[in-house]
Design a protein around this ligand. Sequence first.
Ligand SMILES: Nc1ncnc2c1ncn2[C@@H]1O[C@H](COP(=O)(O)OP(=O)(O)OP(=O)(O)O)[C@@H](O)[C@H]1O
Ligand SMILES: [Mg+2]
Length: 526
Amino acid sequence: MGEYCQPGPQVRAVGPVSDDNRVPTLTNLARRHTALTAADVDWLQALVSDWQLLADLSFADLVLWAPLLDGSGWVVLAQMRPTTGPTTFHDDVVGTFASTGTRPFLDAARQEKRICREGDPEWTRGVPVRRESIPVTREGKVIAVIERSTNLSSARTPSRLELTYLKGADDLAQMVASGMFPWPGQEPALVRSPRVGDGLLRLGRSGKVSYASPNALSAYRRLGLTADLVGADLGPVTARLAAPGQPTDDSLMVTASGRAPRETEVDGNGSVVQLRAIPLVVNGLRTGALILVRDVTELRHRERELMTKDATIREIHHRVKNNLQTVAALLRLQARRLDAPEARAALEEIATVHETLSHTPEEIVDFDDIADRVAAMTAEVSASEAQVKPVIVGRFGKLPSAVATPLALVLAELLQNALQHGLAQSLALGSAGNLEVMVSKQRDRLVVRVCDNGAGLPEDFDLDSATSLGLQIVRTLVVAELGGRLEVKPRIGGGTEAIVDLPLESLARVEPQPKRRPPTGKRPTG
Ligand SMILES: Nc1ncnc2c1ncn2[C@@H]1O[C@H](COP(=O)(O)OP(=O)(O)OP(=O)(O)O)[C@@H](O)[C@H]1O
Ligand SMILES: [Mg+2]
């Protein structure tokens, strides 16, 4: 079982929607209802970004109250529930008010500048609750008051662990009251910091461990510690456990000895452990530190795995692409040597396909470019049969390469048919050949018509029962691969018209997915 690890609510600086439909953030509420300065608000923001710690160590709910502008009472700026124990507040209280006198312990903490506690537990919904008020002090002035409410219903004789938590909480509360916490100028942690329940060490003034929670001890065991942790000097012990080669820099020693509010990671014995130091200073005296400890070995391991996989995939793609481009270049080289135009065109076609394939399926390619090449290539093969150059009307635009590759094949095949079967014969009869590719891209469809004014289809032509290979391949590509329709029919005015009708949503389906970002590496320590 974990040490007080409960899936708890996260930072709750915002509450229900206020009357003007804006989410009341701490800053909003402070601006509208209080006399707090921008610097005061910054201070409270810093406090709120880190007060989960205080809630967890106290096993208590925290509510941040600020005095109202007109002196008539208090407003709640923020609220935090503990992840280590039951909450007292089932509802959001952010943005609610209390008039002066209704919560005397708030007024007392503000006036007397000290932590105040109510005499008897208050009963809320049948639950005994102990309330305390902690003044939040900045530059000698009380700018707000934290109400700390401990649900006493589950209270029993506390264990060593709980006592260590509570002692740490009291020290931290003292620091808030004396303006020593939060630490001015400290960046709030962006990545998840170790929490109290992850593992906790208490250090004495000299940096010696006076208490180690079971989780914290396990983390140090994984780093390779065999001796006892209690009584050990944490700074040097941690530095010794850190893997050689890892800079056992000052940061590690300073953090592990609890001398500065910092975070660092220790890499040792194949394990990675995060440390967060919270130096405790009460009444101007260093009383030691709390060190939060979190074993992040698995997390870092997975991150590294992902990064390696990502690099491997990129490398494979790179090589495949190079290979395909090499093959395309070889084919072109050979094609130039050939005299037979059909053979040359065949190689050219294969080369074009290889080149298109060298893009990843998600990559977007400019199909107008490809269509021009395909047209030029088929015109060349037909040179001896029909001096006709296909004319492309309209634009294909950019298409995913998963679509471009089959479409290039389809286009080549249809143009070849027109030149071979339609135009060659009619040209032999002396009429002017005409071959057009008409492209129309509508909102959800891409329609390509290949029209010739040639001899026309044979009488018994039937696309569905055709056993010849060319059109069968075209049909498979259009229907099965691209989810579209194919029609080959006599053209009005003579000749043949082949229509390829593709749904654009199927094209969009293969459009690029946003690339997954590589995981962020080590967080900065500092
Ligand atoms: N544009 C066209 N004009 C006239 N006839 C055509 C045209 N397109 C196709 N045909 C007819 O349809 C038949 C089938 O075409 P298909 O492309 O399937 O086979 P093919 O061109 O004969 O052989 P290959 O398998 O080498 O392509 C052709 O033989 C031809 O008679
Ligand atoms: Mg054919």
